[in-house]
Design a protein around this ligand. Sequence first.
Ligand code: PLP
Length: 393
Amino acid sequence: MSHVMNTYLRQPVAFVRGEGVWLWDEDGRKYLDALAGIAVNTLGYAHPRFQKALLERIQTGVIHTSNLWRIPAQEAAADRVAGITGLDEVFFCNSGLEATEASIKVARKYGHDRGVAEPAIIVMEKAFHGRSLATLSATGSRKVQAGFEPLVQGFVRVPLNDLDAVRQVAENNRNVVAVLVEPIQGEGGINVSRLEYLRGLKEICERKEWLFISDEVQCGLGRTGKWFVYQHAGIEPDVVALAKGLASGVPVGACVVGGRARGVFKPGNHGSTFGGNPLAMTAVVTTIDTVKEENLLANASRVGGMIQESLRSQLGNAVTEVRGMGLMIGAEMARPCGELVKGALDAGLVINVTAESVIRLLPPLVMNEAEGREVVERLAPLVKAFADKRAAA
Ligand SMILES: Cc1ncc(COP(=O)(O)O)c(C=O)c1O
C-alpha cells in the first residue's frame, strides 16, 4: 500500500525520462507530451541550457540562503519578470495558490489603506485560483469548496464575459476594491475572455480606482503567443499572479504588482521561507531567456494555431467546439469524456480532460510543427471513435 495521501485519481503510469516533448515510462514506452505537466514544462524535458544552468547553480553549493539576505539571482529574476510583464515589483513564492493568495492580500491591504474596512473582490464563475482557504473561496467551483466551509468572506461572483454584471456590482457594492480575472480559464474548461471584455473591465477598474488582478498562472508565460493574455488586449493590470510555466518545472510562483498596487506591501506584510531562492531563480532566469532566444512566443502562436485548425477540420461534429489561444487549447465534447485520457496514453499521447467534457492540450512551448501534427494524428481518431460510440449508444 502506498503511503502517498489519496488526493489524486492517478493513471498507473510513471514517466521516468524525457527529452524535448517526449517522455518514456518505466517499461521504456515512448509518449508525446501535449500537457507539459499541466502547463509547467515550458522548455520541455532535458533542455541542455536549462540543465546546464541548474547544474552550475547546484555546484556553487548554495541553492538556498534566505530572504534575510540579498539574493542576486532573485534580483535578476525580478528584472526579467518586470521586463516581460511591464510591471514593477515582484514577490516570489512557490506555487500558483501562493501567487493568487498574495494578490488577494495586496487587494485587501490596498482597500484598508484607502479606508475600506471590509474590502471585497469581484471574482468569476468557473474560475480556479487554488486550494488554500482564500483561493478556494475565490474559486468558482462548488466541488473545490465543498467540505471546507466556512469560506473566506469578501468575494462577489459574476459570470465571465459579462460587463453588465460587473457594472451592477459597481453600483451597489461600495466595498469592492479589485477585480480578479483568469483571462483564459484553464481548469474551468479553456473559457476565453473576449479581449473587448478585458478592456471593458480595465476601464471600470480605472473609473472606480479598483485593482485589476490577472491570474495568469496557467494561461501566462508565452503559451498564448504573447507573454500574457492581457497583452493581447493591450491593457496593463495592477497585479499579475504567475506560477506553472515560470520556471520550467522548478516550483516557483510570483505576485507581480505595478500601477495602483505598487508599494502596497511594505516590510512585514508578506513573506516566504523558500520563495525566491537561488536554485528556483536560476530556473526563472533561464526559462525566460530561453523563451526569448528561441522565439517560443511566435512558435506557440504558429504551432498552436495549426493544432487548433487541424482539430477543427478533422474532428468536425465529433466535438461541440475547439477553442483557445496558441498552445492553450480545449476541445469540448457533448458528454463527459474523462476516459479519453487512458485511451490517449494507450496511443502514446499525454493529454488531460477538464471540466468533465473538455479535452485540454497545454504542450511544452518547444513543440515543433511536425510534433503538433503528430498530436492531432494520435488524438483525432480516438475522439471520433468516442463520439461515434456515444452516438450509436
Ligand atoms: C489559474 C490558476 N490559478 C491558480 C492555480 C493554483 O496553482 P497551484 O496548483 O500551483 O497552487 C492554478 C492551478 O491549476 C491555476 O490554473
